[in-house]
Design a protein around this ligand. Structure first.
Ligand SMILES: Nc1ncnc2c1ncn2[C@@H]1O[C@H](COP(=O)(O)OP(=O)(O)OP(=O)(O)O)[C@@H](O)[C@H]1O
Length: 304
C-alpha cells in the first residue's frame, strides 16, 4: 500500500527549476533513500512532501489526502540543519516540541520520556543540549521528529554531518525505526543508502532519473567491475588513459593501488585487458571481478 506519493511535482524558484516533474510513491513500511549530488533538489522535494513548501505544479498526496490539507501531523521531519535551543535540556526540548505538535503537556511529557529511551539518550535527558555531541543532537532531532508518532518519517541528510561513530549510531537507530514506520531519507553518501534502504530514488538536476531496489538497479545496469591491482605505488594515470581508450569502457575509477573498470561487455573487457597487460607487461598483482558499488551505478545511470 502507498502511504505518500508525489505526482508530476515541479518546484521553480523564479526562473530556476529545482525539481522537474518528479513522480514516485512510498510503499508502507519501506525505507527509501533519495540519492543525489549537492543541488540535485533533495531538500526541496523533502520539504514539499513534509508540507513545508508548496509545489509550483503537481500533487503531493498522503494516503488519500491531497495538498493544501494540513497533514503535517502524519509526517515527522528532521531538517538537514535542525535548530535547537541549546540552553534547554533534551527533555525540555522534546516536551516543547510535543506541545508544538499539539500534544497536551501531560501527553508531551509522556511521549518525551518514551522517545528519549527509544533514541538512546535517556541518561543525558537533564543535560543542556549545548553539551550534546553531534550524534546525540541528531538522536534528539530524530526524537523530535517522532514525538507525535507520525506515519512517515522524512529525514534530510541525517548522517552526512556526523563523524563515523555518530554516523554508525544514527544508521543503527534508523534500521530499528524502519521496522515500525515508513522512512524517506536523503543522502549523497551512496554506501549509506546501500546499507539501510529497501529502495532508492536517484535524482539528478531536479529530475528523477532512476528508481528501484539495489538488486534491480544492479541487474538493470549490469554493473560488475573488473578490478586491477598494481604492485607498489605506480603512476596509474598512464594505465587509466590506456583503458579509457578502449571504446566500450564506461568508467575507470582510480584507487590507491588499483583501477576499477566498468564496461558494457565484461567478457570482452576481460579478454582485452588480459591481452594488453600481457603484451605491455603491466605490473599487476591482482585481477578480479567484483560487484559494483552504488557510485558506479549512479555514474552509469547519469551517463545514460
Ligand atoms: N529558496 C531558494 N531560492 C532559490 N533557489 C533555491 C532555493 N532553495 C534551493 N534552491 C536551488 O534549488 C536547487 C536545489 O536545491 P536543494 O537544496 O533542494 O538541493 P539538495 O539536493 O538538497 O542539495 P544539498 O545536498 O546541497 O543540500 C539548487 O540549485 C539550489 O540552489
Amino acid at each position: 500500500m502507498t502511504v505518500l506519493s508525489a505526482t508530476h511535482v515541479t518546484k521553480k524558484y523564479g526562473s530556476h527549476t529545482a525539481v522537474d516533474d518528479v513522480s514516485f510513491s512510498l510503499p508502507e513500511g519501506k525505507c527509501i533513500a533519495l540519492i543525489g549530488p549537492n543541488g540535485a533538489g533533495k531538500t526541496t522535494i523533502l520539504r514539499m512532501l513534509s508540507g513545508l513548501l508548496s509545489p509550483t505544479n503537481g500533487d503531493v498526496r498522503l494516503d488519500n489526502i491531497v495538498n493544501h490539507v494540513d497533514y503535517r501531523k502524519f509526517i515527522g521531519y528532521l531538517p538537514q540543519y535542525p535548530v535547537f535551543y541549546n540552553w534547554m535540556t533534551g527533555r525540555e526540548f522534546l516536551i516543547y516540541s510535543g506541545q508544538l505538535s499539539l500534544l497536551s503537556k501531560v501527553e508531551a511529557t509522556k511521549a518525551a520520556d518514551e522517545m528519549l529511551k527509544k533514541v538512546g539518550i535517556e541518561e543525558a535527558k537533564n543535560k543542556r543540549i549545548s553539551g550534546y555531541s553531534g550524534g546525540m543532537k541528531q538522536r534528539l532531532g530524530l526524537a523530535q521528529a517522532l514525538i507525535h508518532q507520525p506515519k512517515v518519517l522524512i529525514l534530510d541528510e541525517p548522517v552526512s554531518s556526523l563523524d563515523p561513530l555518530g554516523r554508525r549510531d544514527v544508521l543503527t537507530l534508523m534500521k530499528e525505526l524502519k521496522e515500525s514506520m515508513t522512512i524517506l531519507f536523503s543522502t549523497h553518501i551512496l554506501s549509506d543508502a546501500d546499507a539501510i534502504s529497501d529502495e532508492m530514488l536517484l535524482l539528478h538536476k531536479g529530475k528523477l532519473i532512476e528508481s528501484g531496489t539495489m538488486q534491480e538497479l544492479r541487474e538493470k545496469y549490469q554493473t560488475d567491475v573488473i578490478e586491477l591491482d598494481f604492485q607498489g605505488i605506480q603512476d596509474l594515470q598512464q594505465y587509466e588513459k590506456r583503458i579509457r581508450n578502449i571504446p566500450f569502457v564506461t568508467e575507470v575509477k582510480v584507487n590507491q593501488n588499483s583501477l576499477a573498470v566498468i564496461a558494457d561487455d565484461l567478457t570482452l573487457l576481460r579478454k582485452i585487458l588480459l591481452e594488453k597487460a600481457g603484451q605491455e607487461d603491466w605490473p599487476l598483482i591482482g585481477f578480479s571481478l567484483n560487484k559494483a558499488e552504488m557510485e558506479d551505478i549512479f555514474m552509469k545511470v547519469v551517463k545514460q
